[in-house]
Ligand binder design. Structure first.
Ligand code: NDP
Length: 611
């Protein structure tokens, strides 16, 4: 049997790097950043920190209204893309007696809150913006900026006549199943009296800002805010820049994820001094945005958007052996793997899983070598360049795409402060950020520290959901999510959720939300059509689905995640059995959608009990 080195040489005779050296480097870099406190290093945005989440800089303060008294068919909680799509799909089925309750001042969710300068979606707009065919809208560019997305959100709301169904600036405080009446009682902070037959929770995966538990964080006397609550009164300007009020300000940015990559170029341009505190560098690939070719767009045949989304998903999961329609930085590694398989010359030897894994790893190393090479080509200062190189596999963290970020570090008065060895910023005082023992006096701290995406499910919403027998949803999920298809749980009749756990995960979230919205509205329609009071997942069907999710997650994704540098993808390096239970449906969104379609076509609502 060939040794590993011989095998490597046989498969890749022209390799110009040593994979083992890279593996070692990746391990060292991961270990440098691993912390004992894992996810508990973050503090909840409540109590004295609540304003980081509760402040809404995009509306006039002081809004009051009379409490509502409503009896509804459906309450949808959340008016981001998932709630919006749910409203749209309910409408399509003729279900009209519903409300969408939302804490923000308009539709949009992520795109309502995230208005920081440069905010942009890095998923291609033709895949990401939903209902392009229905609304007849042509995106301006391949990658849309936040204002265009926000406008599209409102366009969809108008198209489906959802504005009258929306209850904005209202926070749900409790959802409780009243068994005798078979209805949900939905309480809000505005004392509304709402009874609804069905509840659909569409609160989104990135709705709650996350704060690092840096000692002294409360003591800072200057200005501070989270990127999802951008204060343009303080910075001046708008999404396109013009942050002129920063010309005499020293700014600290904490965090260098997908958000920071987009706003740092603007801060670098306008701030008097900018300090970027980086624990782990992002992989920053080319953006290469371009205007939409209107002639091409006109040639697209009906049904093109679903096909394009499916093509994107299939390419990402290695299920597309044909044309890669999106062909961008997301699908690059998949293209490389495919090419490597096409050029395979191993004397008719069958491809085994080990070889496939090795080919994938080599494609990843090559991709990341290019990403690191790009840093050297762009950043003049060797220390900064070295620190900006990411040493991990591309999908260990959310890949980013930007053509201005790296160059920002060539500006005078922009300083990269590498805090990897200290595993983060050390301390915050009344006037300064302290890192590596050095005090950086600043006027403003901007937290680009992300969202509570994988932390405890209850932490991510303000309210409890009480089902049959007074059971809290979060007690039911204490040891991990328990659902059928990621959409509903035993003990919670007429209750559904749109989300990312135990169903097919895709980075193109609007696609997954839309398919879930279609499915849930079908189930609700069936209950109504069949003249039943309620529907509930059976305990057996729920358990079977949980075990299926765990089985399909196998050990592959888990060991991949454990080798990764810490971050929210691997629960700060603590990915475990529980992580497998909370993952998506491993074969991917296209296979999952086929499964749901088959389930609907069978027509017996398998695994669910009607009453
Ligand atoms: P992330 O969670 O990706 O990044 C948070 C950043 O804060 C990381 O760089 C993290 O470092 C850093 N950090 C946390 N604690 C400390 C500390 N104590 N000291 C120093 N640094 C610290 O948040 P983002 O807002 O950037 O992105 C969140 C998600 O939002 C993305 O993953 C993506 O899903 C979505 N998004 C999507 C965009 C799009 O184009 N579609 C654009 C922007 C966001 P470390 O990595 O070391 O933990």
């Amino acid at each position: 049997m060939a040794s590993e080195r011989e095998r490597l040489h046989n498969l890749f005779p022209d390799l110009d790097f040593d994979p083992e050296q890279l593996r070692n480097r990746y391990r060292q870099e991961r270990d440098r950043r691993l912390r004992n406190d894992g996810e508990s290093q973050y503090i909840e945005t409540e109590g004295e920190y609540a304003h980081y989440a509760d402040d809404d800089p995009y509306v006039e303060p002081g809004y009051e209204r009379d409490p509502l008294d409503l009896r509804l068919d459906v309450v949808v909680i959340g008016a981001g893309f998932s709630g919006l799509m749910t409203g749209a799909r309910l409408k399509e089925r003729g279900i009209d007696n519903f409300r969408i309750i939302e804490s923000g001042g308009n539709f949009g969710g992520t795109w309502y809150w995230n208005r920081y300068p440069g905010a942009q979606c890095d998923i291609e707009s033709y895949c990401y913006l939903p209902l392009l065919e229905e609304t007849g809208y042509m995106p301006k560019e391949k990658y849309s900026y936040a204002p265009e997305i926000y406008e599209h959100v409102k366009r969809v709301g108008k198209y489906f006549d959802l504005e009258d169904r929306a209850v904005f600036r209202t926070r749900v405080t409790q959802v409780k199943w009243l068994e005798d009446e078979a209805v949900w009682q939905v309480s809000t902070h505005r004392n509304d009296k709402i009874r609804s037959r069905f509840v659909i929770q569409a609160t989104g995966p990135a709705n709650r800002p996350k704060l690092p538990g840096i000692p002294g964080i409360r003591s800072f006397h200057g200005k501070s805010f989270h990127t999802s609550r951008w204060d343009y009164d303080y910075t001046g300007g708008d999404h396109n820049g013009g942050l002129t009020r920063l010309s005499d300000k020293r700014i600290a940015v904490i965090g260098t994820g997908a958000t920071a990559i987009q706003c740092v170029p603007f801060l670098g341009e306008y701030a008097k001094e900018l300090y970027v505190f980086q624990r782990t560098p992002s992989s920053v690939d080319l953006r290469g945005n371009k205007p939409t070719d209107a002639t091409w767009y006109k040639t697209l045949e009906p049904g093109w958007q679903r096909k394009r989304r499916e093509n994107f998903a299939a390419t990402l999961t290695g299920q597309n052996l044909g044309e890669d329609l999106v062909a961008d930085g997301w699908t690059d590694i998949a293209r490389r793997i495919l090419l490597s398989l096409r050029n395979r010359d191993t004397d008719g030897e069958a491809l085994d899983m080990e070889e496939l894994a090795l080919r994938s790893e080599i494609a990843d190393f090559q991709k990341m070598n290019e990403i690191r090479g790009r840093v050297d080509e762009t950043v003049n200062q060797p220390h900064a360049a070295e620190a900006l190189k990411p040493w991990y596999r591309q999908f260990c963290k959310r890949p980013t795409f930007n053509d201005e970020y790296l160059e920002t570090f060539n500006r005078e008065k922009v300083y990269l402060i590498d805090v990897a060895d200290a595993k983060g910023v050390e301390r915050i005082t009344e006037t300064a950020v302290i890192a590596n023992g050095v005090e950086y006096e600043v006027d403003c701290i901007i937290y680009a520290t992300g969202f509570e995406i994988t932390t405890d499910a209850h932490r991510r919403v303000d309210f409890d959901t009480i089902g049959c027998g007074g059971l809290s949803l979060y007690d039911h999920w204490r040891d991990g999510f328990r659902t059928l298809h990621g959409l509903s749980s035993h003990g919670f009749p007429n209750w559904f959720t749109i989300g990312i756990n135990q169903n097919a995960f895709s980075p193109n979230m609007t696609a997954m939300f839309d398919d879930q919205a279609m499915h849930v509205s079908y189930v609700i329609d069936e209950v109504k059509r069949r003249g039943k009071r309620s529907i509930e997942v059976s305990a057996e069907a729920e358990e079977t689905w949980v075990q299926e999710i765990i089985r399909l997650a196998g050990t592959g994704p888990l060991s991949f995640l454990n080798d990764c540098t810490p971050g929210y993808y691997n629960r700060e390096g603590t990915a475990s059995q529980g992580t497998r239970q909370n993952t998506g449906y491993a074969p991917g969104i296209n296979v999952f959608n086929d499964l749901l379609k088959d389930w609907r076509e069978k027509g017996n609502l398998e695994g669910m009990v009607l009453n």
